[in-house]
Design a protein around this ligand. Structure first.
Ligand code: HEM
Length: 562
């Protein structure tokens, strides 16, 4: 009995203390888990022998997070500093993903020219893009289907359409400049006073207005009111680093993204239906009409929901890329008024009417303006909007010997499940390839003996090897050091449209105002879109920068709108 009592007392004791001490232990361990994880992570990197077939790994303290802060802060500076330590090929950890970077021309070729069996864009991007674009298009379908969809899109970017778009874009830009208060004030006063405008806000508005008027079509332009703008903003909120990490989270931004996707898709589907029923207001060429009636190789018609989702994809693909490029171009022109003046003189020489006013260029004329072309080309060299191009590795992939192989007997292998990353943004400012690489010098593109011309000609569409991936022959160009529009099967098909849009936007602005930026061009900020103010001066219409906007027949602006 005594024994029983003793043992039960012991048991009671044990029951009383065990949970408490276990809790303390658990708490202690819990508090220390991050510390232990960091220590183990550091020891692993410092002490474990490196697999000779693995590319060198970028040192990082915190597991999972890896080099996310460094890469996120300034990707180009991060990649360049890693390159100094490790060479052209190295691996870094980005929020749980292993990214193997391949830099330089050979690196661009390795990633952009990789075979689909090994390197997949859809596996890299789909979790980010499908919730925004919608199902069955772009990266939510096999690669061959995307290639067909790109061919369909090219119908909407035909020469005839481009010719028609010139006037529409010019009309939108001139109308915006007349309507936008920061420009209008000076025009109304008709004096050479300096004012300011928020360059990114302006280029974002102009980009969406011009894209909606042209590619997107009349119905979208007519609905480009607060509702559509809000839908766009909510959808755009689905393109953040958080979305890249987690496709779905119970957060308001995700719910907004999903609601906006549904509403926007419905909006486009209704346009398609109205057009099919003949009740549409549209009578102009646009992308929707080009997509309607397209048929896949297997005989299936492009369904309405796919047309809608492709339209959303195009809206998103062209918006940030073109608006950021236009903003950088205007900032540099404000910083280098001599180049702005050359650009303006080019317009005067080419498009002066007998009465001194300036006429609209044709599409063909726009394509043969060397100064305008070099301004866009140089802006895209220094500020390509897409700095990293990523592919998912579907099967172990050997890095070719030309890319810093450790020895002739062993080669780096990027294992299945990793990602590879090319950065044309790095090769485009590589000091070994470009003279004064960090300087914005458009004339490097017009100097016939200049190194930019030579490098570009070597890989350009006219001279390079041509390949048809299913959407028309394009130059292979995967090894070019200049690739603002990418290369290979995922190459941009919006390039011609972007050049047209940027060309008209920049030339219309230069015809209308002078710009200065007192503090110089700001450095890139990869966290937020920059919103620096640029000083502008409306040029007195009675003096030399005379520009009479084309008579705008569809100019609906009334004083009440201003
Ligand atoms: C300055 C403007 C633009 C720049 C710098 C740009 C850049 C790029 C780049 C670098 C890629 C390749 C992405 C990759 O390989 O992962 C790409 C692909 C693409 N872009 Fe653009 N883009 C611009 C404008 C546009 C416009 C206006 C459109 C639509 C009209 C567009 C539609 C596309 C499409 C459909 C793809 C193909 C995606 C694929 O095949 O995976 N882009 N763009």
């Amino acid at each position: 009995m005594g024994l029983g009592l003793d043992s039960s007392a012991y048991l009671l004791e044990a029951q009383r203390y065990l949970p408490d001490s276990a809790f303390r232990l658990a708490l202690l361990a819990f508090i220390n888990i991050p510390v232990i994880a960091v220590v183990l992570n550091v020891l692993r990197q410092l002490l474990l022998p490196r697999n000779p077939s693995s590319p060198p790994e970028v040192f990082h303290l915190i597991p999972f997070v890896g080099s996310a802060p460094g890469y996120g802060n300034d990707p180009i500076a991060f990649l360049e500093s890693c390159r100094k330590k490790h060479g052209d090929v190295f691996t870094f950890t980005l929020l749980g993903r292993k990214m193997t970077v391949a830099l330089g021309s050979a690196g661009n070729n390795f990633v952009l020219g990789g075979k689909v069996a090994y390197l997949s864009a859809e596996d890299a991007y789909t979790h980010l893009t499908t919730p925004v674009f919608g199902k069955d298009v772009v990266y939510d379908c096999p690669n061959e289907k995307l290639m067909e969809q790109k061919k369909f899109i090219k119908f909407g970017l035909s020469m005839d359409n481009m010719r028609a778009y010139v006037g529409m874009i010019e009309n939108e830009v001139s109308r915006f400049l007349r309507k936008e208060p920061s420009f209008r004030i000076f025009q109304m006063n008709d004096i050479n006073e300096w004012g300011q405008f928020d360059v990114l806000k302006v280029t974002q508005e102009i980009t969406i207005l011009t894209a909606s008027r042209t590619l997107q079509g009349k119905e979208v332009r007519a609905n480009m009111d607060a509702t559509f703008a809000q839908l766009f903003t909510d959808l755009d909120g689905g393109f953040t680093p958080l979305n890249f990490m987690f496709p779905n989270l119970p957060l308001e931004s995700y719910r907004k993204r999903d609601r906006a996707q549904k509403k926007m898709a419905e909006f486009y589907i209704n346009i398609v239906k109205a057009r099919k029923e003949g009740t549409s207001m549209n009578d102009e060429p646009d992308m929707i009409s080009a997509l309607m009636g397209q048929t896949y190789r297997n005989g299936t018609q492009l369904p309405d929901h796919e047309i809608a989702h492709i339209m959303i994809a195009l809206l998103m693909a062209g918006q940030h890329t073109s608006s950021a490029t236009a903003a950088w171009a205007l900032l540099h022109l404000a910083d280098k008024p001599d180049v702005a003046e050359e650009l303006y003189q080019e317009q005067i020489e080419q498009f002066s009417n007998p009465d001194g006013s300036l006429r609209l260029p044709t599409y063909e004329e726009l394509k043969s303006l060397p100064i305008l072309d070099s301004v866009i080309r140089e802006t895209l060299r220094m500020h390509p909007p897409i700095h990293s191009i990523i592919r998912y590795v579907r099967d172990d992939f050997v890095v070719p010997g030309t890319l810093s192989a450790p020895s002739k007997d062993s080669q780096y292998v990027v294992p299945k499940g990793h990602y590879v990353l090319a950065s044309p943004a790095v090769s485009q400012v590589d000091k070994m390839l470009w003279l004064q690489s960090e300087e914005w010098i458009p004339s490097r593109w017009t100097d016939p003996e200049g190194q930019a011309q030579k490098a570009f000609k070597q890989y350009s569409d006219e001279n390079g090897e041509k390949i048809d991936y299913g959407f028309g022959a394009v130059s292979k160009g995967t090894e070019s050091p200049y690739q603002p529009f990418g290369a290979g099967r995922h190459r941009c098909i919006g390039e011609q449209f972007a050049y047209l849009q940027l060309g008209i936007v920049i030339s219309t602005v230069v015809r209308s105002i002078e710009m200065r930026i007192p503090g110089g061009v700001p450095p890139p900020n990869y966290h937020v879109c920059f919103d620096r103010l640029t000083s502008i001066r409306n040029t007195n219409p009675s003096v030399d920068h005379d520009y009479t906007p084309k008579a705008a027949s569809d100019d609906h602006i009334s004083p009440s709108e201003v």
